[in-house]
Write a new protein. Structure first.
Length: 542
């Protein structure tokens, strides 16, 4: 099978092109976007109550966002930063507290100066009315922005993809990953009377007035801002349910009307997917909000309880297999990958985009785990070894902190290969499974740092993986295990490693602990040694 090129296939929710800027010079604007600045670090978002009305003809949107928040410390006359990227405009700002004059606009930010002393724990609101012509995505989801297109029958079809560029490309928010609205959101989507608006969570109300529909959707759980997505089109709905670890989970599907029959067949993969992921990761994290697939005018994204699907109702990734092994043609890449993000990205969210490997490495590895549960372990190992071929080792996986910078796209295959390597070292699949389930339980609905994840895995495994994480996350070096064999005598050492790398390797029922110095081991036979290719290690016979 022809191997797909890495740049085409990889994506977060498959929005690869809007990420991974190399050799960028960072500015004050980048720090304002990516840091917990003095304008952000004293208040915690509790809820968004928003509305959005797109106009297909003018390619514009309008609405408002009522931001409810609490104060996390005492402050006097603070300045609040609200993010809203140009050319979108803030038409009006209303606050539940007195202001020093009007709000000020500076680039992609709105600054609101309060005239009040706040006490820790106080609850307040900022309501921003917005409008304008948002950035239009040139090739969603590989770049960020709105999509105004038509379906095959010429009906308007609208949505947005904004993980890399940020939700503030259209919506006034506190656009930083570390602060999610703890009490959820409501989103009202207004559409022409012949169209349907689909959002996150559950549909709580539909009204038709003055030739317009208004659909109200509600999320009860915390949600990352880039997952807050309206979809507008000629949608029809069908439903299913899954009896899972927390009882009945509602499965909700919204597809373009002429694709209903295709969807009913293809979306049958959701049941085995949910069974596999609940086995490996624990209960689906958002039972209260349901699970939803929504057909989108682009390939896909992991929007929480609103997963965007655009894979053409065929298996693989647009009919091909990223691993190059053929294994990935047994299931629909977008259903599996994007749904895996409900656990890693939506349940467990990185505080900073520099740690996005926590989303993508674990989620690409979810493809391996699904394959193992759906097919067999041999097929899963074949797939895992295949994805190693997509690793570029161009720059480290972890990016620069505080400036909305992601590391290398290697966070997908290399992150997955790191986890598969750790699994080989642990050599106890039940313990490994409990670590994955424990992550989703102990960090349930939380934002995390990579250090928290690294420490958790090492502690629960009872193995110090600190140098292994340093090797794979913070360098582009691939460990090389050099070896020679004479009869039953094996000589070996590591090269191209971080200092004092502790990465044991099993050879049959024996384990070696290579260092930078040559060591010798007596094997149990003179049969030429065969190394386990599930480790992401280069093996070099010398």
């Amino acid at each position: 099978m022809k191997k797909l090129t890495y740049a085409i296939i990889l994506c977060s929710g498959l929005a690869f092109g809007q990420f991974f800027e190399k050799n960028k010079t960072f500015t004050k604007q980048d720090s304002l976007k990516g840091s917990d600045t003095q304008f952000r670090n004293f208040w915690d978002v509790k809820r968004y109550d928003l509305s959005v009305e797109p106009d297909f003809k003018s390619k514009s949107i309008s609405g408002h966002n009522l931001i409810t928040f609490t104060l996390t410390k005492d402050v006097i006359d603070p300045v609040f930063q609200i993010d809203l990227q140009q050319p979108m405009k803030a038409d009006k700002v209303e606050c539940s507290f007195p202001l020093k004059g009007d709000f000020k606009r500076d680039g992609d930010f709105i600054f609101i100066s309060a005239k009040k002393s706040f006490k820790k724990g106080e609850k307040h609101t900022i309501d921003v009315t917005y409008s304008g012509n948002p950035v239009i995505a040139k090739r969603a989801p590989w770049d960020g922005g709105w999509v105004f297109t038509k379906d095959e029958k010429g009906n308007p079809w609208m949505s947005v993809a904004d993980e890399g560029i940020g939700a503030s490309v259209w919506l006034p928010t506190k656009d930083i990953w570390s602060d999610e609205p703890d009490e959820g959101i409501t989103m009202k989507i207004s559409t022409p009377q012949d169209l349907v608006g689909v959002g996150n969570g559950r549909l709580t109300e539909k009204k038709t007035e003055n030739g317009k529909n208004t659909f109200t959707w509600e999320i009860k759980n915390p949600i990352n801002a880039y997952s807050i997505i309206p979809n507008i089109g000629k949608y029809v709905n069908f439903k299913d349910s899954y009896m899972g670890e927390k009882g009945k989970l509602d499965l909700d599907y919204w597809v373009i009307d002429y694709n209903l029959d295709k969807a009913k067949k293809q979306f049958q993969q959701v049941q085995p997917m949910m069974k596999a992921f609940e086995y490996w990761f624990g209960p689906y994290p958002f039972y209260e909000d349901s699970y939803k697939l929504v057909e989108s005018p682009y390939l896909g994204m992991e929007h929480q309880s609103n997963v965007a699907y655009g894979n053409g109702y065929e298996n693989g990734y647009m009919g091909q297999d990223y691993s190059g092994t053929g294994v990935g043609l047994n299931w629909d890449y977008i259903i599996i990958h994007e749904s895996g993000h409900e656990w890693f990205a939506n349940n467990i969210t990185a505080k900073d985009q520099a740690d996005m490997w926590v989303h993508e490495g674990f989620t690409m590895y979810s493809e391996v785990l699904f394959t193992e549960h759906f097919m067999d372990k041999k097929s899963a190992d074949i797939y895992a070894q295949g994805i190693q071929n997509g690793i570029q080792n161009d720059i480290p996986i972890i990016g620069k902190y505080g400036v909305r910078n992601e590391g290398s796209g290697d966070m997908y295959p290399k992150g997955a290969s790191l986890l598969h390597t750790i699994r080989q070292v642990i050599n106890n699949d039940e313990k490994f499974r409990q670590i994955l389930r424990g992550l989703n339980k102990d960090f349930y609905h939380q934002t995390v740092t990579t250090q928290q994840v690294e420490k958790y895995i090492s502690e629960k495994a009872g193995i110090d993986f600190s140098t292994v994480f340093d090797q794979y996350l913070r360098t582009v070096k691939v460990p090389v295990l050099e070896y020679s064999q004479k009869g039953n005598e094996l000589k070996f050492k590591y090269s191209n490693t971080v200092q004092n790398l502790k990465l044991p390797v099993r050879i049959g029922d024996q384990t070696i602990n290579p260092t930078a110095e040559w060591q010798t081991l007596k094997l149990k036979s003179s049969v030429p040694v065969e190394f386990n290719r599930n480790y992401y290690i280069m093996f070099k016979k010398v």
